[in-house]
Every structure is written in C-alpha cells, then in structure tokens.
Ligand binder design. Structure first.
Ligand code: NAD
Length: 317
C-alpha cells in the first residue's frame, strides 16, 4: 500500500504516544482515521493536531473504548461504520498498551498482572476479531499489531520481573505471524504486520502507573529496600516523585521519538514488511538474541547491548 490517500484507518490508543503520531501522520497522508482510547481529552488533542496539519479533506473521529472489553470494541466498530459511513476499512493499528504486573511468582498484585495482559493481548485480539471482516471487504487490507522488543526478549533487565507485559507481547507476535499464514490461505489481499519497538520516547511509564490507579508505594518501597536503599528516610511523596521522574526520564531520554516510530511503522506498511523493528536498539537486540539465545537472560547480556550503545536507560535505573 504505497498510497495512503483516501484510505480508512483505525488506530487504538490514539490519545498519546505512537498512537497519536500514527493518527497525525495518517491524516497528513490523506487517510480518514477513527481512533479509540480511554482518554477523551487526549483524543481531542490528537484530533485537533491531526486536523490542523492536514490539507486534505479527511475525517478524524474519536471514540471512547476500553480495548480490553470486547463489547466496547464491537461498539467502536459499529460507531466507525456509522460515523464514517463505510462498509470496509483498509488499515487497523492495534497499538494501545500499558506496562505493569511485573512478578507472577510473588503474585503481589494479580489484578495489575491481568489488567496489563488484557490490554496488551486481548486489546489486539478483540481488535482483530472486530475489524477483520471489514478488512476482508477492502481491496487491500493491513492489520498492524504492536508487540515490542519484549515480544522476543522477555526482560527489561536482570533485576526487574516483567512477566505480564512479556507474555502478552510474545502472544501478539506469535499470533500475528500465524495470522499471516492463515490470511495467505483464506484472504490473501489482507496482510498482518508485527511491530516491535525498542525504547521510544512516550509517556507509557507514566500512563501505565495512572492506568493501575497510581504507584504501588508498598511494593516500590520493598523493592528499593531489597536493592539496599535506605527507604526509611523516604516519605510516600519522595517515592511518588521518584516514580514520576523515572517515567519522565523514560520519555525524555529515549533514542527514538514517537513521531519517528510512527514514520518507521507507516514505511513498513507501505513496503509490505510483515516484521517491523522500530529503532536501532530493536534491530541490534534482535541480532544479539538470535546470535546467542541461551545467553539472553544472563545479567551480562544487557551489558552487551549497552556496550553497543543501546538501552542505557534500562541499565541505569
Ligand atoms: N514506548 C516504548 O518504549 C514502547 C516499546 C515497545 C512497545 N511499545 C508499545 O507501543 C504501544 C504504544 O505505546 P506508547 O509508548 O505510545 O504509550 P502511550 O502510553 O503514550 O500510548 C498508549 C495509549 O493507549 C491508551 N490505552 C491504554 N489502555 C487502553 C485501553 N484499555 N483501551 C484503549 N486505550 C488504552 C492510552 O491511554 C494511551 O493513549 C503499546 O502497545 C506499547 O506497549 C512501547
């Protein structure tokens, strides 16, 4: 799909980050876009930005929808068909996601674990279920599912458990690869792409903390104490400040911006690449994991990546 002009695109999680940038760039390219998110205010800002940048007569609409809820997703699909008066869609970006729910072994917070898994996996699954029939009705359809480097490397460093997010992102990657074979057999004009971003400068850390109802101060206090910090001297306000400054650092110190990431994703779709690695860090990590999979979870492995000039943020937390 070289030309995005006049196409109908769906973007989940369009309120901020890569989703917002996808909406903006799609609108600039002349696509009509329907986005969903849990935040109407953020979508309003995305809509304003997108419409102020495009010279084309495009429609951009916002729909409140929790992607982890199938009834919401189906209602989103019905609203898209009614408001855009379309029988088919051309592109679906299943992008919404949150982090959190690190440890499975300690079962510190099962609700957080399941929430992260539900948004990251079921959000993609329900998005595919709801919109695939509409993609099949198009001349050429693209389904673009956002996984992560955590879809092929199940860690963010040796001292942080990250089980829910990694389980979901591996599921997204495996499902999307298998879906491509199924599509070739049953709907060869539709293609599935798996997106694997490295470290991208977005507010995902801050947004994820908010999605889980604020920082889990008890757990953070315990983790810091285990790592030797004198937490007795830290108030809850100090801990909250620490979480916020880490989230801001994650956003501000990233090697790839959200806008650059969206451009890489759209180029991947235009070039019909099913496997879209986003950022040099993702490309190098993919090489290193393939080169020596047995070593990928050793503490020194992160060091190999850092020596190549990548994922410094993960090393310095
Ligand atoms: N930022 C990174 O470094 C990075 C790396 C790899 C993968 N990813 C993935 O990229 C995708 C986009 O993340 P981002 O970094 O732009 O983060 P972000 O927090 O800026 O954007 C995610 C958007 O999804 C929305 N969202 C969250 N839960 C939702 C729900 N239940 N229903 C609907 N919308 C919901 C949020 O409100 C937000 O607008 C996610 O799937 C994320 O896991 C991000």
């Amino acid at each position: 799909m070289r030309n995005l002009h006049g196409k109908m695109a769906i973007v989940t999680g369009g309120g901020t980050g890569m989703g917002r940038e996808l909406v903006r760039q799609l609108a600039v390219a002349g696509s009509h876009v329907a986005m969903c998110d849990v935040s109407p205010d953020n979508m309003m800002e995305t809509e304003r930005l997108a419409l102020s940048e495009t010279t084309d007569d495009v429609r951009v609409t916002s729909h409140v929808c929790d992607v982890a809820d199938e009834a919401d997703m189906l209602a989103f699909r019905d609203q898209v068909q009614a408001r855009h008066e379309v029988e088919h869609v051309d592109l679906v970006f299943n992008n919404a996601g949150i982090g959190g729910g690190g440890s499975f072994v300690t079962d510190e917070d099962r609700m957080a674990w399941e929430k992260t898994f539900d948004v990251c996996w079921h959000g993609v699954y329900y998005g595919c279920r709801a919109f695939l029939p509409l993609l099949i009705r198009s001349e050429e359809g693209h389904i673009v599912n956002t996984s992560s480097i955590n879809g092929f490397w199940a860690t963010v460093g040796p001292d942080v458990p990250h089980t829910a997010y990694c389980a979901a992102k591996f599921a997204v990657k495996g499902f999307t690869e298998a879906l491509n074979i199924d599509l070739r057999l049953h709907a060869p004009h539709v293609m599935a792409h798996v997106v694997m971003p490295g470290h991208i400068g977005t507010s995902i850390a801050l947004n994820s903390t908010a999605a889980h109802g604020g920082p889990d101060l008890e757990r953070i206090r315990k983790t810091l104490a285990e790592r030797g910090s004198d937490v007795d001297q830290m108030s809850d306000a100090d801990l909250t400040e620490l979480v916020v400054s880490r989230g801001e650092r994650f956003r501000d110190d990233a090697p790839t911006t959200a806008a650059e990431a969206a451009a890489i994703i759209l180029d991947g779709v235009r070039e019909k690449r099913w496997r879209i690695l986003v950022g040099d860090d993702a490309i190098v990590l993919d090489e290193l994991v393939r080169e020596d999979p047995e070593f990928a979870y050793e503490p020194e492995f992160l060091q190999r990546i850092v020596e190549r000039g990548h994922l410094n943020y993960f090393d310095s937390r």
